[in-house]
Write a protein that binds this ligand. Structure first.
Ligand code: PA5
Length: 396
C-alpha cells in the first residue's frame, strides 16, 4: 500500500475524492495490529518492499567506496581550497549527508560548514566561501536557485549530483563536478551523500585529520550482518526496535554527532515508514521537550523515545540521559537506546545511520507500506513546478 491509498488519491496528480467501489475491498485499508506481518517472512517482505529498499540500505558501504573513486577524478583550484567557510546548498535526502560529515568531524573541520536548506544563499556567503550544490536529481528548485545565485556572483562552486540541470550548469561553467550513478530515491544514496562531501572537503584540505572511509564502510558491513533482514527477529535488535515503535510515534534523541543522526532517523521514519517522527537534540531537549511529554494524556503511551548513544559522549551528557531515563520511566513513556559502534567518529555516525535506516524499513513493512515511493512529496513537487513555472531559478 502506498500513501496515495490512505488519502484516496488515484492518479499521479489527482485531488482526494470519492472512493472507487473496487477500492473499498478490505485490502485497501490500513492494516490492523492483529494482521501484522512477521519481519522474518521473506515472501511477505518482498511483496511489501518490491523495489528492495532493504537492499538499498545494504548498499551504503559500496557507495562509500565508489564515492572515494569519483572524488579522485575532480580537480580543485586554490579558489576552492583557500576558503574560510563552506556552504552546502541541498534539501532533504541530499542535505543530511553534509550534516553527518560535519557532525562526525566536529572540531577537525577547519572552517564552519552551513547546510542551507532554502532558496538563494545564506547571509555571509562571500568570495572565500566554498559553495557546494548537492542534489541527487539535479533538479531541486531551492538548490538550483542557490546555485544560480552563486554562479551569478562567481563564487567558488562545486557540484554533487547524478545529472539534471545542476550537472548541465556545472559542465557549462567548467566547475568541479562530482557526478555519481545511482537510480532510485535520493535518501537511498546516503553513501554518496556522505562520501562525496567528505572526500571533497578532504581533498580541499579542510580537515585537520580526516577519518578514512574504508574502516567506516567495514563497520557498517559488520553491523548489517548482525541486524540485516536475514537475521531473525529473536536475535535482531533492529527488528525488535521496529516492533517497539510500531503503533507509536518515535522521538529520537541525540547529542553532538548523534543529533545529526537523530535527524536522519526522523526523516527516514517519515519517508520510508510514512510515519510521524520527531528528533530532539541534547542537551537542548532537557530545557523544553522533557516538559512536553505529559499532554495529551491519552498519548502518553503513544510515544517511543529512542536515545542514540555514543561512547565518546561527555560524562555530563551521559548523566543527563540517565536522569531522562528515570523521568521517562516514571511517566511510563516507552523508551530504548541504540549505541553507536565503530573505530572512528565517521564509523560511529554511519553505523547508527544504517541502524536507523533499517529500523525505518522494518517499520514500513510492519505497516504493510511500500517504503520506496514518496507519493505526496512527488505530487507536491509537481504542483509547485506547475504553479511557479518550469524553471525554479526564475531565469525564464
Ligand atoms: O528523500 C527525498 O526524496 C527528498 O528529501 C529529496 O532528497 C529532496 O526533495 C531533494 O531532492 P534531490 O535530492 O533530488 O535534490
Amino acid at each position: 500500500m502506498d500513501a496515495r491509498d490512505y488519502f484516496g488519491y488515484k492518479n499521479p496528480d489527482e485531488e482526494p475524492g470519492g472512493q472507487d467501489p473496487a477500492d473499498e475491498a478490505d485490502d485497501s485499508r490500513p492494516p490492523l495490529f492483529e494482521e501484522a506481518v512477521t519481519l522474518d517472512d521473506v515472501a511477505a517482505v518482498r511483496r511489501i518492499d518490491p523495489d528492495d529498499m532493504l537492499g538499498r540500505v545494504a548498499d551504503l558501504p559500496r557507495q562509500l567506496a565508489e564515492a572515494g573513486k569519483v572524488a579522485e577524478t575532480v580537480t580543485l583550484t586554490e579558489r576552492h581550497t583557500d576558503v574560510d567557510g563552506v556552504v552546502v546548498l541541498a534539501m532533504g535526502g541530499s542535505a543530511i549527508g553534509a550534516d553527518l560529515v560535519a557532525a562526525a568531524a566536529g572540531e577537525r573541520l577547519r572552517v564552519p560548514l552551513v547546510v542551507h536548506r532554502d532558496y538563494g544563499l545564506p547571509p555571509g556567503t562571500g568570495a572565500r566561501t566554498l559553495v557546494i550544490a548537492a542534489s541527487h536529481s539535479g533538479e531541486t528548485a531551492e538548490t538550483l536557485s542557490g546555485f544560480a545565485a552563486a554562479r551569478g556572483r562567481d563564487l567558488p562552486l562545486a557540484v554533487i549530483t547524478t545529472g539534471g540541470r545542476l550537472a548541465a550548469g556545472a559542465s557549462e561553467g567548467g566547475l568541479p563536478l562530482l557526478r555519481y550513478k545511482l537510480g532510485g530515491q535520493p535518501r537511498a544514496a546516503i553513501g554518496f551523500g556522505v562520501g562525496l562531501v567528505h572526500e571533497l572537503l578532504s581533498r580541499a584540505g579542510l580537515f585537520t585529520d580526516a577519518d578514512p572511509l574504508g574502516p567506516a564502510a567495514a563497520a557498517v558491513e559488520a553491523l548489517l550482518e548482525r541486524i540485516g533482514p536475514s537475521v531473525e527477529t529473536a536475535a535482531n535488535p533492529a527488528k525488535q526496535l521496529a516492533w517497539s515503535i510500531f503503533g507509536r510515534i518515535p522521538v529520537i534523541y541525540g547529542h553532538g554527532p548523534m543529533a545529526a543522526v537523530a535527524h536522519r532517523w526522523k526523516t527516514q521514519l517519515n519517508e520510508n515508514a510514512k510515519a510521524w517522527a520527531a528528533f530532539e537534540p541534547m542537551p537542548e531537549a532537557n530545557h523544553n521537550a522533557i516538559e512536553g511529554s505529559l499532554n495529551p494524556r491519552e498519548l502518553a503511551h503513544g510515544l517511543y523515545v529512542v536515545q542514540l548513544r555514543d561512547r565518546e559522549e561527555p560524562d555530563e551528557i551521559a548523566e543527563r540521559y540517565r536522569v531522562v531515563d528515570e523521568l521517562l520511566g516514571e511517566r511510563a513513556t516507552n523508551h530504548g537506546e541504540v549505541w553507536a559502534e565503530g573505530p572512528s567518529a565517521l564509523a560511529r555516525v554511519l553505523t547508527t545511520v544504517a541502524y536507523g535506516d533499517l529500523v525505518s524499513v522494518y517499520l514500513a513493512i510492519l505497516y504493510q507500506t511500500d517504503p520506496t515511493p514518496v507519493t505526496l512529496l512527488a505530487m507536491l513537487k509537481e504542483r509547485l513546478a506547475r504553479a511557479t513555472g518550469s524553471d525554479p531559478t526564475g531565469a525564464t
